[in-house]
Design a protein around this ligand. Structure first.
Ligand code: IVH
Length: 682
């Protein structure tokens, strides 16, 4: 019911609507472009809700560039066609340092310049190219690249991408501005999307690029809106002005000022060696970025030089993509072997025709488990895509069915353990098959002893995998405690073991006896108890005895320990065999300092206190954060009325101003140190 409004009231509503839109656009910019939100999400939601309510009461004020109007369009029957006034070209590729040096030499020669050239560098995003046309600062069209001259009209879909502004900020933009960039799906969003699809039994996407493409090319924009897409601008097309600035990098900064997200990795580099260093750095950081990149792009920064260099066929002579080694390759699955792990898990391992992936030769890959094999319909003899990203174990992504030979063989789970011959069981509803041999199975015995001796467990120097295998095969060691009973005579008889290395190993065994409770708990190999859980357990209970005697309910009181892990822990200590081994280890002299149980959260000195860190601090933020958290404090990213302390380093930003405005206690680093000391002393 909107009753009658006076002219004046209506004008007030219109002004409030305008102000809210400005405010929301500004906070979008802080969040998506600067990656430095000024307000918490709840405050942003409140602004959105207020705007929605006003627009609902006054639909006559709704405009298509309002932040409430991202989704709304009805599904399309087909995409319209968009002609690109300025064609969307592609890039030449360099696959080695040599090829990049050749590119740089060519640029020098063509320009007749001897001094090092400045290049704008940014990651090459693995998404899909789009063009966004803004007229008078309002987004009027979004298009895919298509064949470079004609693309598809995906306006309704790009409007749903939160980081793409519907209206540009400020007033400085040219009347016509066509922005070009990449739409992509962050890895985190991709994984979440696939997890949900798997849960619902729907089809999953092979990689973030496919997911981004599939999401953008949806006839129903509501589907696009539900997908976690993002955008980075990397250039421009049609402009109603001559240029935005004199260089590529300065033009990109202007786009950022207009509210368009650009890559935070954009850098200007002088000379080709700096470019090669950038390539190496990005390749190292590749896995830690939340989006896939397949190389880096270098562009001659000066636009007048770009013009002089011009184009060859479909690519500019002023830019190049320096690619990373491919992370996927095709090869043939020769055979499948079954490995038995420490906990008896029987895992299929693919033996592959050797192939280069991600810069190294790959001969084997994990097949995870039978469910994976069946889902991907993998057979021996198949031609398969192998993927190796960063440090992760290579895996088979999918099969090229067109190349399946007629004699391809199905993969079957063995009924008996390939190592000890015990039955292999696969409990209903579980993906993993296990050997039932327990410590009778030499494979499980070897793996559990290797784990026990490993660096992060008991750290027994010189006790490598080969040696453990010999010790178990010769029957000298049946469980970890037997290690401490080994004699020099026994060791000297082994392969590649002289007097000296035997003595070294005995010394290392002696040294390893002095350990910590957390290491010991990790070393004994309770299922699902990794290093982090072992540390939490040690801290919480303080002594082994307390853990041995804890009930499942008591174990579940420990942060991050749920019913499953609690059952594994309690089950482990119920086994007489395990208790015996522990007893033997203690008798052999394995020891650690035992402590008091950790205080409950509410007993910690900084419990209930919220801290915000801002400005440049003399130590890594993570470190300070962990110290505060260990004392029970909460560390938040934004200042609100609930903040108790703001810790301020050099050149603090808006958080400092806000803290002052709200009258929150402000600490410098000396103040923080004092507070930490007092808290620890209390
Ligand atoms: S510049 C004249 N910069 O790579 C072409 N392209 O192979 C200017 N791409 O279709 C393109 N990240 O989709 C440029 N930082 C970046 C890029 C990038 C990804 C894609 C783009 C283009 C393809 C060219």
């Amino acid at each position: 019911m909107s009753g009658r409004h006076s002219q004046q009231e209506l004008e007030q509503v219109r002004q409030r609507i305008e102000a809210l839109r400005k405010l929301i656009n500004y906070h979008n910019y802080r969040y998506y472009v600067l990656d430095d939100p000024e307000i918490p999400d709840s405050e942003y939601d409140r602004l959105m809700r207020e705007l929605q309510a006003l627009e609902e009461a006054h639909p006559e004020f709704i405009t298509p560039d309002s932040p409430t109007q991202r989704v709304g369009a009805e599904p399309l029957k087909e995409f319209g066609e968009v002609r690109h006034k300025v064609p969307m070209l592609s890039l030449e590729n360099a696959f080695s340092d040599e090829e990049l040096r050749e590119f740089d030499a060519r640029v020098h020669k063509l320009l007749g310049v001897e001094a090092p050239i400045e290049y704008a560098a940014e990651p090459k995003l693995d998404g899909l190219a789009v063009s966004l046309k803004y007229e008078h600062g309002v987004l009027v069209q979004g298009a895919t690249r298509g064949d470079g001259y004609r693309g598809e009209d995906v306006t309704a879909n790009v409007r749903t991408i939160d980081s793409i502004p519907l209206r540009l900020l400020g007033e400085e933009w040219p009347e016509v501005l066509e922005v070009r960039g990449e739409v992509f799906m962050p890895k985190s969003g991709f994984e979440k999307l696939n997890r949900e699809a798997r849960r619902k039994g729907e089809k999953t996407f092979a990689n973030p690029r496919n997911a981004a493409a599939g999401s953008l090319r949806q006839l129903d924009p509501r589907v696009t809106a539900s997908r976690p897409l993002a955008f980075f601008a990397y250039g421009w097309g049609e402009l109603s002005v001559e240029r935005l600035a004199d260089t590529h990098s300065a033009s990109m900064l202007r786009l950022r000022d207009f509210g368009l997200p650009i890559s935070p990795e954009l850098k200007v580099l002088r000379g080709v060696e700096a470019c090669l260093a950038y390539h190496r750095e990005m390749q190292e950081r590749r896995d830690s970025l939340d989006y896939d990149i397949d190389g880096v792009v270098f562009k001659v920064d000066r636009l007048d030089w770009q013009e002089r260099l011009g184009y060859v066929s479909r690519a500019p002579r002023w830019a190049i993509a320096h690619k990373f080694p491919a992370e996927e390759a095709l090869t043939v699955l020769r055979d499948v072997e079954w490995q038995v792990g420490r906990t008896g898990a029987v895992t299929p391992v693919a033996r592959l025709e050797p192939v280069q992936v991600g810069g190294v030769t790959v001969k084997s890959a994990t097949l995870h488990n039978m469910d994976e094999i069946e889902k991907k319909d993998i057979r021996i003899g198949d031609t398969v895509y192998v993927r190796r990203a960063g440090d992760v174990i290579p895996e088979i992504v999918r099969v090229l069915l067109e190349r399946r030979p007629p004699n391809a063989r199905r993969i079957r789970l063995p009924k008996k353990c390939p190592v000890c011959g015990s039955d292999v069981i696969k409990p209903e509803g579980e993906a993993i098959a296990r050997c039932t041999g327990g410590l009778y199975c030499p494979a499980q015995r070897k793996e559990s002893i290797k784990h026990f001796a490993s660096r992060r467990a008991m750290d027994i120097e010189g006790l490598g995998d080969k040696l453990v295998e010999q010790l178990v095969d010769k029957g000298l060691v049946k469980d970890p405690a037997d290690l401490y009973g080994l004699t020099k005579e026994q060791l000297v008889g082994l392969e590649r073991m002289g007097e000296k290395s035997a003595q070294n190993l005995l010394d290392a065994l002696e040294r390893s006896k002095e350990t910590t409770l957390a290491r010991f708990l990790y070393a004994i190999g309770i299922r699902e108890v990794g290093e982090a859980t072992a540390q939490t357990l040690a801290r919480h209970f303080g002594s082994l005895e307390a853990i041995e005697n804890a009930s499942e309910e008591e174990l579940q009181q420990v942060p991050d320990i749920g019913p499953v892990v609690a059952a594994y822990i309690a089950g482990f200590f119920r086994q007489p065999h395990n208790r015996e081994v522990i007893e033997k280890l203690r008798k052999a002299g394995v020891r650690w300092p035992e402590g008091k149980p950790a205080p409950r959260p509410e007993e910690l000195p900084l419990h209930g206190k919220t801290f915000v860190l801002t400005g440049a601090l003399s130590r890594p933020r993570e470190e300070i954060k962990e110290e505060l958290q260990a004392l029970g404090a909460r560390v938040s990213g934004s200042v609100s009325k609930k903040t108790d302390y703001v810790v301020v380093g050099e050149h603090p930003g808006s958080k400092y101003d806000k803290a002052r405005a709200l009258g929150i206690t402000i600490l410098d680093e000396a103040g923080l140190r004092k507070l930490l000391e007092e808290a620890r002393g209390s």
